[in-house]
Design a protein around this ligand. Structure first.
Ligand SMILES: *[C@@H]1O[C@H](CO)[C@@H](O)[C@H](O)[C@H]1NC(C)=O
Ligand SMILES: *[C@@H]1O[C@H](CO)[C@@H](O)[C@H](O)[C@H]1NC(C)=O
Ligand SMILES: *[C@@H]1O[C@H](CO)[C@@H](O)[C@H](O)[C@H]1NC(C)=O
Ligand SMILES: *[C@@H]1O[C@H](CO)[C@@H](O)[C@H](O)[C@H]1NC(C)=O
Ligand SMILES: *[C@@H]1O[C@H](CO)[C@@H](O)[C@H](O)[C@H]1NC(C)=O
Length: 429
């Protein structure tokens, strides 16, 4: 029952005039909730870098940090023709290379959730693992686990956000873990906070679950009915106290705001508890929520000590008509990326993107945007589709035969697209 929302019900519905039969809508909503409920959502977001910001942040970070940073900088500059200030990584194309092998598989890396272990779950085609992102103006260095661990030495890297962010976190862990001996690594999984530790590097790679970043009544005990969800759009302290003292913070939030309903929003001036909410358009509530996050960062984070990243929205691919796949069923059976340059589907909300750009631009603490949206938009072939689980169980053959209701075109197979997000993240560290 891990239906993903139909695009009409979640992304683009012109509210108030949905001509769909109520039942359909209801099913979609329930499906969406079910999907979100599987708490193992491995969303990561898209990867593109906001050049202006990454520059100042990077410099500030480098200055304040130890000799390793300096070494690494020269290492990067010498070996790779990559400069986040000069190169727009989002402008490029996916190139197929059959001899390109991912650094891990869903069998070799034991830290992957079943939800994203597509090959293990029976996905028959494997071409989706052999595409390489090539920016037009520069060479994106391939992900080096050695370099990554060196940069993380003595540091904490924390991913904060939803299940797509969890996917990026698991991807990062799997990209580096194979070079660490068994007795030198550990994983502590918690409901909201999980910590992978690389002992000899004294480094941690962590994930903190906060699907809206701000507080809501559906953070831990997830409320199935989105109509009953209420967001405290001006409160972030309860989550943020777990983000203190971290060296590298990577945030995301998007898909949970996209239920297609107005967001029931609470903030300080309402005294009468959960009764006092106001219903706001998603983009309006998102702006308030993101500003709350931004205020916390600006007032709490010392940019000389901590780097902050924001991963942009991870595209959903629920409407095969978006990429002219006639007779297609969502992303089911798609085995090739979209080649049309600049392809942008209905699963990526431009208003939300604008809010991110606006808010980040006005922040005091520099935030590097990992702009993964455009890059990932092309990858209709890389979602978990029917090779996933729901409610802790693999899809049955019956469910697999009904992709309209069961294909997950939100989450990504691992290894897969989030590895490229981390490639960009590492290149900017
Ligand atoms: C394909 O990938 C392999 C392994 O990473 C690499 O050595 C080779 O240069 C790549 N080929 C092309 C055409 O990029
Ligand atoms: C290990 O890293 C933490 C920060 O993550 C630091 O506080 C601690 O001093 C480090 N320990 C050693 C032995 O370097
Ligand atoms: C960061 O470093 C700069 C230059 O060293 C210094 O002027 C500034 O006060 C520092 N900021 C904080 C918050 O410590
Ligand atoms: C999906 O792909 C398989 C294998 O190529 C094919 O047999 C099947 O007919 C396709 N199903 C749909 C609905 O396109
Ligand atoms: C991300 O990239 C897209 C195009 O690739 C652009 O339209 C958007 O403004 C960028 N977002 C941010 C927050 O920089």
């Amino acid at each position: 029952m891990s239906l993903a929302p139909s695009p009409s019900s979640t992304m683009k519905a012109p509210r108030g005039k949905i001509p769909l039969p109520i039942i359909t809508t209801l099913i979609c909503v329930i499906a969406f909730i079910a999907l979100l409920y599987t708490e193992r959502l491995n969303f990561l977001s898209s990867n593109s870098i906001l050049k202006v910001k990454s520059c100042s942040r990077r410099d500030a970070f480098k200055k304040s940090n130890d000799r390793i940073e300096d070494n690494d900088e020269s290492l990067i500059d010498d070996r790779f023709d990559f400069d986040p200030e000069e190169c727009n990584v989002a402008n490029g194309k996916w190139v197929f290379n059959s001899s390109l092998e991912p650094l891990y598989t869903d069998r070799s890396c034991t830290y992957l959730d079943r939800q994203v272990s597509c090959v293990k779950n029976g996905r028959p085609d494997t071409n989706y693992r052999h595409w390489e992102w090539q920016p037009e103006d520069c060479t994106l260095p391939s992900f080096s686990p050695e370099l990554a661990l060196k940069k993380l030495r003595g540091k904490r890297l924390l991913f904060v956000g939803d299940s797509l962010q969890r996917g990026q976190w698991q991807s990062f862990v799997c990209l580096v873990e194979s070079i660490i001996p068994e007795d030198q690594k550990s994983m502590k999984s918690g409901r909201s906070h999980s910590v992978f530790k690389a002992k000899e590097y004294n480094a941690t790679i962590e994930f903190y679950w906060a699907p809206f970043l701000v507080e809501s009544n559906t953070d831990l005990k997830i409320i199935a009915d989105p109509k009953k969800r209420i967001l405290k759009v001006d409160s972030v302290a309860k989550h943020a106290k777990n983000w203190m003292g971290v060296d590298i913070l990577v945030f995301n939030t998007y898909v949970w705001w996209m239920s297609g309903l107005k967001i029931k929003s609470l903030w300080g001036s309402f005294a009468n508890g959960e009764e006092g909410y106001e219903e706001l358009e998603a983009s309006v509530a998102y702006r308030i929520g993101l500003k709350t996050w931004a205020n916390w960062v600006d007032s709490t984070v010392n940019p000389n000590k901590t780097r902050v990243f924001f991963t942009t929205m991870s595209p959903t691919h629920q409407r095969s008509a978006d990429w002219n796949h006639k007779g297609g069923i969502k992303c089911f059976n798609d085995t090739k990326p979209v080649t049309k340059k600049g392809h942008w589907g209905t699963g990526s909300d431009k208003q939300i993107m604008k809010v991110v750009a606006d808010v980040v631009e006005r922040m005091k603490v520099p935030v590097s945007v990992i702009n993964v949206t455009q890059i990932s938009e092309y990858r209709v072939d890389a979602h978990t589709s029917v090779y996933t689980e729901t409610g802790g169980k693999l899809l049955t053959d019956e469910q697999k035969a009904d992709p309209l209701h069961h294909a997950d075109c939100i989450h990504w197979c691992l290894p897969g697209v989030p590895d490229t997000w981390n490639q960009i993240l590492l290149a900017n560290l």
